[in-house]
Design a protein around this ligand. Structure first.
Ligand SMILES: C[S@@+](CC[C@H](N)C(=O)[O-])C[C@H]1O[C@@H](n2cnc3c(N)ncnc32)[C@H](O)[C@@H]1O
Length: 298
C-alpha cells in the first residue's frame, strides 16, 4: 500500500485547529472530535472534547472511504507478526483509525484496545468483523489510562501526527504507562532522509477510485508547506456522484532516527531494534522499544 497518498501509510494525518461541521466542503477542513459514549465507544476518563482531528479521519463521509482508498494493508502484516514474535496476548493500538489492525488481531484471539480521537473513524471500525471483541476508547494518546498490555502499536505513521515535542513525549509516556513491565512499543515513522513529501503532488498522487456504494472518488494531495521538520499538505476528495468536494489539511512532523531514539529513552523505553517496513523498503523506520522498569530508569 506504500504509494497510497491519503490513507494509512500515505501522508495522511495530523491534528490541527479548526472546527468545521461534518460534511463541510470548506477547504482544509478539520473537525472537532465527538464523544458519543454510545454503542461501545468508551470516552477516556478526563479526556476533554477539545482535540480536533483532520477531516479525513473525523468527517464521516471521508472516514467511510478511508479503507477503500487504501485497500492493500499489507503494511500491517509486520505488526501482526510482531504480536506472535513477542508472544503478546494483549495489544493497545494507538491511533487505531478505522480499526483494521485492531479487528484483525481480535479475530486471532488477542485482547485489543483501540484508541483514537476521531469518532467517525471509530464508527467505521466498530462495524468490522471482530470489532465486538475490541475495547474502543475515544480520546487521544496523551490521556491513556493504565492498561497493562503486552504490546502497544502505532501504525500508519501515527507518530507523525504529534507535531509539538511535548505532545509526542506525552504520548510516549502514556504508552509506557499503558504497558506491563517489560512490555513493548512498536512505532513507525517515515525516514526524513527519503523526503517522501517530494512525491506529494497532484501529478504524482491523482487517482480515481470506485468505492462500492459510494461511486467514483477522485483523490489527490498537494503540498502546502515544507518547513522542516514540518510538512503540510491538503488532501482533495471529489465525489463523482454529487460533485461534492471535500478537503483535509494535515501537518506531519518528520523526526530523524536520533530524535526518535532520544524521545523513546526519555519516556522510559530501551531501544531493542530499529527495523524497516517490508512493504516500504528503505522508507520507514520501525522502532521496537521495551518498557524499562522504574528501577532501571532511575
Ligand atoms: C494515518 S491515520 C492511521 C490510522 C491507523 N493506525 C492505520 O494504520 O490505518 C492517523 C490516525 O491518528 C489519529 N490521531 C490523530 N491525533 C491523535 C492523537 N492525539 N491520539 C491518538 N490518535 C490520533 C487520527 O484520528 C487517525 O485515525
Amino acid at each position: 500500500m506504500g504509494g497510497s497518498p491519503t490513507a494509512g501509510v500515505g501522508p495522511a494525518g495530523a491534528s490541527g485547529v479548526n472546527g468545521h461541521p461534518h460534511g463541510t466542503d470548506a477547504p482544509g477542513s478539520q473537525v472537532r472530535a465527538e464523544v458519543s459514549g454510545e454503542g461501545g465507544l468508551e470516552p477516556i476518563a478526563g479526556w476533554q472534547d477539545v482535540l480536533v482531528v483532520d477531516a479525513q479521519f473525523g468527517v464521516p463521509r471521508l472516514a467511510e472511504i478511508y479503507d477503500a482508498l487504501d485497500l492493500d494493508r499489507s503494511d500491517l502484516d509486520v505488526y501482526a507478526a510482531m504480536v506472535d514474535e513477542f508472544g503478546a496476548s494483549s495489544v493497545l493500538d494507538i491511533g487505531c483509525g478505522t480499526g483494521t489492525l485492531a479487528c484483525m488481531l481480535a479475530r486471532r484471539g488477542i485482547a485489543v484496545v483501540g484508541v483514537d480521537p476521531a469518532s467517525a473513524s471509530l464508527d467505521v471500525a466498530r462495524r468490522k468483523s471482530g470489532a465486538d471483541a475490541v475495547r474502543w476508547l475515544i480520546g487521544d494518546a496523551m490521556t491513556l489510562p493504565p492498561l497493562d498490555v503486552d504490546l502497544v502499536t502505532m501504525t500508519g505513521n501515527v507518530a507523525q501526527v504529534f507535531v509539538p515535542d511535548r505532545e509526542w513525549q506525552t504520548a510516549l509516556a502514556a504508552a509506557r504507562t499503558a504497558l506491563r513491565p517489560e512490555g513493548r512499543l512498536v512505532v513507525e515513522t517515515r525516514d526524513p532522509e527519503q523526503r517522501a513529501w517530494r512525491g506529494w503532488t497532484r501529478e504524482q498522487t491523482y487517482r480515481q477510485v470506485d468505492v462500492p456504494g459510494v461511486g467514483g472518488v477522485e483523490n489527490w494531495v498537494e503540498l502546502t508547506d515544507v518547513a522542516l521538520p514540518l510538512v503540510s499538505f491538503r488532501a482533495h476528495f471529489v465525489f463523482v456522484s454529487d460533485g461534492a468536494v471535500l478537503t483535509s489539511d494535515s501537518t506531519l512532523r518528520f523526526r530523524d532516527r536520533q530524535e526518535v531514539v532520544e524521545s523513546l529513552v526519555t519516556a522510559g523505553f530501551a531501544i531493542e531494534d530499529i527495523r524497516g517496513a517490508p512493504d516500504r523498503p528503505g522508507r520507514e523506520m520501525v522502532f521496537v522499544a521495551a518498557a524499562r522498569s522504574p528501577a532501571s530508569t532511575a
